[in-house]
Design a protein around this ligand. Structure first.
Ligand code: ATP
Length: 264
């Protein structure tokens, strides 16, 4: 896959500031009246939201609210019961192959092949997207994003949880997607690893990639996301910037907003 962002990545994770190469004025993702039914269970009951290019957008909500179902429909991994999703102008139901070229998904429970080294895992995954010099450049970007030093040549089964997550983020971002979707990306990580992964996400967004995350960590959402939508029982019950939501609910933090919104 060839996109205009690729050349940025070699240096992206070594420097502090990367200018926005696109403004936050175009919708990269538009979700309209989205429904998902599993047999008798209506998991998603009419979700609407849109995400702008280069924005970091957070989905929050209680367990079972419908966040993962929504993310999986956006990434073409689940069919829509009804409604529509447009990813950079491509309809996920009508043009799933186009959507798959520009979106990457990192599930909460993702893993990597344990018998491979991190380096060989990135090479293996790059082979699905490109070959020759393009694949080589993709792997170099992956190595820079993972930033594991010499340990990139250690076997994956020797990696800590934090190292594994860095490798998986590198795998998700090295093909230079336009939209990166990450489910509970820092779940279970220590403070330093979570901090560094949030830095990686900020840098990804600064380079123009649109980022959609789900999280149960309200502190993380508050400091990382430009805007947030809260899903409760399959519907969006509030949406806005973290500071607007805190003001609206007269709350000190997003956790208080969350509790008040769920109890309402
Ligand atoms: P969590 O925060 O716990 O991950 P979530 O907000 O991501 O939850 P979903 O995983 O989307 O919520 O689940 C929404 C509802 O759909 C739940 O009631 C869940 O049990 C149900 N559900 C999800 N996947 C399936 C499935 N494959 N078959 C049947 N029901 C499902």
């Amino acid at each position: 896959m060839v996109t205009g962002y690729g050349v940025f990545y070699t240096t992206l994770f070594k420097i502090q500031f990367v200018p926005l190469i696109r403004g936050m004025d175009m919708d990269a993702l538009v979700v309209r009246d989205l429904h998902k039914r599993y047999g008798n269970i209506e998991a998603v009951k009419g979700v609407d939201f849109s995400v702008k290019e280069g924005e970091i957008f957070g989905l929050i909500g209680p367990n079972g609210a419908g966040k993962t179902s929504t993310l999986r429909m956006i990434c073409t991994l689940l069919t829509l019961t009804s409604g529509s999703i447009s990813v950079c102008g491509h309809d996920v139901s009508k043009e799933p192959d186009e959507v798959r070229k520009i979106i990457s998904y990192l599930p909460e429970d993702a893993g990597a092949y344990k018998d491979l080294t991190g380096h060989n895992y990135l090479k293996f995954m790059a082979g699905f997207f490109a070959d020759g010099a393009e694949a080589k450049a993709m792997v170099e970007r992956g190595i820079a994003i993972a930033d594991l030093g010499e340990r990139i040549d250690s076997k994956v089964d020797t990696y800590s949880k934090g190292m594994m997550r860095r490798l998986l983020i590198a795998r998700a971002i090295m093909p230079s997607p336009k939209i990166a979707v990450m489910d509970e990306v820092t779940s279970g990580l220590d403070v330093i690893n979570a901090f560094e992964i949030r830095e990686i996400i900020r840098n990804i967004a600064k380079s123009g990639v649109t980022v959609l995350i789900s999280s149960h960590n309200m502190f993380e959402v508050d400091i990382l996301c430009h805007r947030v939508a809260m899903i409760n029982d399959g519907r969006v019950v509030l949406m806005g910037t973290p500071s607007d939501l805190k003001e609206q609910y007269g709350a000190q933090n997003l956790e208080e907003v969350f509790v008040k919104a769920v109890m309402d």
